[in-house]
Design a protein around this ligand. Structure first.
Ligand SMILES: C[S@@+](CC[C@H](N)C(=O)[O-])C[C@H]1O[C@@H](n2cnc3c(N)ncnc32)[C@H](O)[C@@H]1O
Length: 200
């Protein structure tokens, strides 16, 4: 099944699967971003992070494979009187052609070769001193029942991030246990990896 079919089925259900509040880690980091530089949200789904950032006054773009997720993002943006540029695309086919002051994602889970290829595209798409910030489930999340894929390859290790981002200063790279309360999709104790990297 394609990512689009998988996520369209999930996002077809009523409500916002991960809620309407931004991911807590991302929402604590945004004030590092330069106001005049645009922000890109990857695997943004129904839009909670993108809309939070747009409401803070940033120019925001979002890419996701799910057209149904992005339609919900657009109607959420309308309700909040903000605008977010959306593009429905599989990130494996994304050919970056713009630079961003920050690129962020929460819970975008890919296969190993896809992760490394995306990380390279992210690094080359950041302006000098631009930020990459993400929160994802770690491989240890297989021992928890608070959400996330049940396939170890789709989960992350600290090493996945260390192998990439050679042109960045890593301000934070940690695996931590956190209590999630993000809609019906992520609830309870979880093992996550958080990264803050800044382009040299
Ligand atoms: C767990 S959801 C997280 C959504 C959003 N980031 C959030 O935290 O609310 C994963 C998202 O990644 C998107 N996604 C997964 N694989 C993708 C791919 N290869 N290309 C584009 N989007 C993808 C899905 O469509 C889905 O919206």
């Amino acid at each position: 099944m394609s990512q689009q079919a998988f996520w369209n089925e999930k996002f077809s259900r009523e409500g916002y699967l991960y809620g309407k509040e931004p991911n807590a880690f991302l929402s604590n980091c945004y004030n590092n971003f330069i106001k005049s530089e645009r922000i890109l949200c990857l695997g943004e789904g129904e839009g909670r992070n993108a809309i939070f950032l747009a409401k803070k006054g940033y120019e925001v773009a979002a890419i996701d494979a799910s057209d149904i997720g992005l339609k919900k993002l657009e109607s959420f943006a309308q309700q909040e009187h903000v605008s977010v540029t959306t593009r429905c695309q599989d990130l494996n086919e994304w050919v970056p052609n713009k630079k961003y002051g920050a690129i962020v994602f929460s819970y975008l889970h890919l296969l190993d070769n896809e992760k490394q290829s995306l990380f390279t595209k992210i690094e080359t798409s950041l302006i000098h001193q631009g930020f990459f910030i993400a929160e994802v489930f770690s491989k240890n999340q297989l021992n928890y029942s608070s959400g996330g894929p049940k396939d170890a390859e789709l989960l992350y290790s600290i090493e996945d991030f260390k192998k990439a981002f050679k042109h960045c200063i890593i301000h934070k790279l940690e695996e931590v246990e956190v209590e999630l309360d993000e809609g019906k999709g992520h609830k309870g104790l979880a093992s996550v990896i958080r990264i803050i990297a800044q382009r040299n």
